[in-house]
Design a protein around this ligand. Structure first.
Ligand SMILES: CC(C)(COP(=O)(O)OP(=O)(O)OC[C@H]1O[C@@H](n2cnc3c(N)ncnc32)[C@H](O)[C@@H]1OP(=O)(O)O)[C@@H](O)C(=O)NCCC(=O)NCCS
Length: 173
């Protein structure tokens, strides 16, 4: 069984939208191919985890994807940080924007593999932190990141809508 993580291109936006629709989390925003295209044009880098069922000319199943933004502009000041040192370190950080594993492939180590790929990418860029926002109500994702030794750094009130707060987690690289 061969797994590969590869950089996504604009040719992959349909695949990204398909995985997003099948990851089991009820994203409010519709993650359409056009949306992914617009994120790519803003220099967000997407990586896809493929499962090559056959090594020669075979079928390829897309398991999941992750995206990384390196350009850290100032995050809104109403984030309630537990550690103000973390704010000072933002320029040295990379941010996971999206992470999604097709529901039928979850709980098999693929999400972890994608995060490890991101850690490697950030390391190559000499970043010191990897951070991510996730909805407070997404207990599954929070549990997942905590299990991967991310630490909760603070809350971003109403990030995703009224009473829909964001939780900031980060991991030192
Ligand atoms: C969150 C998500 C990416 C996890 O992917 P996954 O492939 O199922 O996770 P993995 O199988 O790689 O899990 C890696 C480790 O975390 C653990 N883990 C996973 N979910 C966990 C949870 N909710 N609580 C505690 N530990 C958890 C696993 O047991 C595994 O542990 P191990 O390495 O010791 O065996 C996936 O559930 C998903 O796509 N959810 C919907 C989209 C989403 O919420 N994205 C994140 C928003 S930023």
């Amino acid at each position: 069984m061969e797994m590969t993580v590869r950089a996504a291109t604009s040719d992959d936006v349909d695949l990204l939208a398909k995985v997003a629709a099948n990851d089991g989390y009820p994203w409010k925003r519709v993650l359409t191919p056009e949306y992914f295209l617009s994120r790519m044009s803003k220099r967000e880098r997407f990586f896809i985890l493929d499962w090559n069922l056959y090594t020669v000319g075979g079928r390829v199943n897309t398991i999941g994807y992750i995206s990384l933004t390196n350009v850290i502009t100032k995050e809104p000041s109403n984030i309630m940080f537990l550690d103000s040192e973390e704010v000072a370190n933002f320029p040295k950080a990379s941010k996971i924007h999206y992470l999604s594993v097709d529901e039928s492939y979850q709980e098999q180590g693929f999400g972890k593999q994608l995060v490890e790929h991101m850690l490697e990418q950030a390391r190559l860029k000499r970043k010191k932190y990897l951070y991510v926002f996730t909805p407070q109500k997404n207990r599954n994702a929070i549990g997942f990141y905590l299990h991967l030794d991310f630490l909760i750094q603070g809350t971003y009130p109403n990030k995703y809508g009224p009473q829909d707060h964001g939780i900031l987690l980060s991991k030192a690289i």
